[in-house]
Design a protein around this ligand. Structure first.
Ligand SMILES: [Ca+2]
Length: 119
């Protein structure tokens, strides 16, 4: 059997009135394989979204922890007498804090934008 063309799919859509996204060959009928493929795809999609949220959350926490520990690390460097390290960390602080703030702001901004339209 030949692969259905776009016209065939459009015709099937028009004929049935409904087009199910799981109907991948466009014959207007969702077979067992198509249903399983569709469910598998949806499951993977959800898993990916979940993994992405986890990764972003970890990154935001890691950034925040670095931000909060930064002064402590400078203090440790001073206490250990590594003056050069303390000076470099001090010089880096301005850039570092702005960068981390940007990461955290982007994380919360993205979260806000993702949840808003669904309400
Ligand atoms: Ca089908």
């Amino acid at each position: 059997m030949a692969e259905p063309t776009k016209e065939d799919i459009a015709a099937a859509k028009a004929a049935s009135g409904v087009y199910h996204p799981a109907d991948s060959n466009g014959d207007g009928h969702v077979s067992k394989e198509e249903e399983q493929m569709y469910l598998e795809f949806k499951r993977k999609e959800l898993e990916d979204a979940d993994a992405m949220r986890d990764a972003q959350r970890k990154m935001a926490w890691f950034s925040l922890a670095g931000m909060l520990l930064y002064p402590a690390i400078v203090l440790v460097a001073v206490l250990l007498g590594i003056d050069q390290a303390a000076k470099i960390l001090g010089d880096m602080a301005a850039v570092y804090f702005v960068s981390v703030a940007a990461i955290v702001a982007a994380f919360f901004g993205a979260q806000a934008m993702q949840t808003k339209p669904k309400k």
